[in-house]
Design a protein around this ligand. Sequence first.
Ligand SMILES: Cc1cc2nc3c(=O)[nH]c(=O)nc-3n(C[C@H](O)[C@H](O)[C@H](O)COP(=O)(O)OP(=O)(O)OC[C@H]3O[C@@H](n4cnc5c(N)ncnc54)[C@H](O)[C@@H]3O)c2cc1C
Length: 457
Amino acid sequence: MTRLAADLARLAGQDALREGAEYLHDSTEMQGLAGQAEAVVAPPDVAALQAVVAWCYERGIAMVPRGGGTGFAGGAVPQGGVVVSLERLDRVRGLDPEAWRVHVEAGVTTGRLHRLARESGLYFPPDPGASEQSQIGGNLACNAGGPHSFKYGVTRDWVTGVEAVIGGGELVRFGGATRKDVAAYDLRSVLCGSEGTLGFITAAWLKLIPMPESQIPLVAGYPSTAAGVAALRRVYGFGLRASVLEYLDAGAVAASAAAFPGGLPEGTRFLVISEADGDPAGAHTLAAGLTEALEEGALRVDTVDTPAGRRDLWRWRDGVSFAVRSVRGGKMSEDVAVPFDRLEAALEVCEEAGRQVDLPTCSWGHAGDGNLHATFLIDAADKNQVARAARGAELIFAGVLELGGTVTGEHGLGLVKRHQLARQLGPEEMRLMLAVKAAFDPRNLFNPGKKVVVGSS
Ligand SMILES: Cc1cc2nc3c(=O)[nH]c(=O)nc-3n(C[C@H](O)[C@H](O)[C@H](O)COP(=O)(O)OP(=O)(O)OC[C@H]3O[C@@H](n4cnc5c(N)ncnc54)[C@H](O)[C@@H]3O)c2cc1C
């Protein structure tokens, strides 16, 4: 055992030490990204985490907070230092169904929270796709979204309070169970989306809502992108409050169609998935409105009217990313976002980037939020293809910024996109971002080199 590991064991317990390659990568492993660390520790509780943080901070040792390791930006991939896994902070501190709220520790998985809420007739809408592995702390740290964000917003919109351990090991708390609170600067929101660069999120107070009685998905196949995008526009134009508005382009359809439950219409080159929810009568009225909006130009519009059908559909949707990856054994995805009315232009930016670097592309994502998973299909072992995909990504970033968009709509900057922030922000905005980082983490020891690159401006 190294000296460092022995010290961490003394602070957090012998059984807190972890080993294994799984702590050295996240979902960017698909791009061949893995890191290295001096040690991995999983403190059993907040007090032990505080002791580890205080000890490391004093000695200038970098720390990488780790949730479920499902991130798509390399945020949890260590570049040295100590990986601190939140997996054992998994207590539900309080569930109060009558007040529609829950107080959970960071290591509770997203899927467990969904089930916990459902058992009380309640609903926690943020639903990033790897919910059985991702943790609430990771969801807050990435401000994760998901298909239902179109109607319900992203993780931050459900957080009324955050508890965190910051430099020096101090425990701080912003907000709590109170639903409205404007007393202070909104540091609770600053921690949401901070990607482990400002401290360790240890717990959150979350809002819940009554579970919608009915959830009716609709699936519409189109022969072209233009027909599909026109249908998406009509959903907005008709003022329909769908809970979901997703799309898959021709390449994503081709990669995943074989597993689509029940099969897709022949000739589908653009797919729209929507969902109506609410009380049974309201959901049915909304589903009828959505059908009307989606059917012009469609090959077919299907309504999924059984719980088993809905479960199969969403399970298939969660697998789209893996189906796309399997086409050539690897992929490089960017989760850019644009204003909704620029979606078609953004699709064209992605296709043009593919042509420029001579790689096949496809995209899918949260159409209603203008959020594209723009993807280059590559053989991840081929360095030349990886380099071309990286060049293509630069073209996509430039294109979406011109459209008034962002380089990341939900996965964050992490390690892989850390240099893109200065491109999106002006020098004054960058200065303020770095000042926030310095205020929380003056020694740059929380996930250094991720999100904001200290010393870069
Ligand atoms: C198949 C698949 C589908 C996905 N679909 C979506 C989607 O629809 N929408 C979406 O937004 N994302 C999606 N993701 C990405 C990912 O699941 C989310 O970003 C998720 O929130 C990451 O949570 P995690 O616990 O796995 O975090 P990790 O990957 O462990 O970490 C992510 C970042 O958060 C930091 N972090 C983790 N826990 C803490 C903590 N307690 N305190 C401080 N910092 C912390 C890490 O340092 C890192 O920077 C998907 C991923 C996969 C693999």
